[in-house]
Design a protein around this ligand. Structure first.
Ligand SMILES: [Cu+2]
Length: 100
């Protein structure tokens, strides 16, 4: 009985649907550069630029790896808080994913 109750509470605590958020990479910038998500959501980074880029969290919590022109990668945001990220190739390219 206790186990069933615990499982029911765990199921209730899980979000029913994780949202996906889109970030475009274009003209050596992330668009948008700052996004707010819920913990468990995903972010799809799409490289619409002519150069290869990455979206790499400063805290190591996510990394798209190298995205050539036209490629995309989906990452999951698992931890709450602000996750600044950058392009591992171009250090001037930065953004922040904030998860609540
Ligand atoms: Cu880059």
């Amino acid at each position: 009985m206790r186990t069933m109750l615990t499982l029911a509470l765990l199921a209730f605590a899980m979000p029913a649907f994780a949202a996906n958020h889109a970030v475009q990479i274009k003209d050596m910038k992330f668009h948008p550069a700052k996004i707010s998500v819920a913990v468990g959501d995903t972010v799809t980074f799409t490289n619409a630029d002519s150069k290869t880029h990455t979206a790499t969290a400063d805290d190591g919590s996510f990394d798209t790896g190298q995205l050539a022109k036209g490629k995309r990668a989906k990452v999951k945001i698992s931890a709450a808080g602000a996750h600044p990220f950058h392009c591992a190739i171009h250090s001037s390219m930065t953004g922040t994913v904030t998860a609540k």
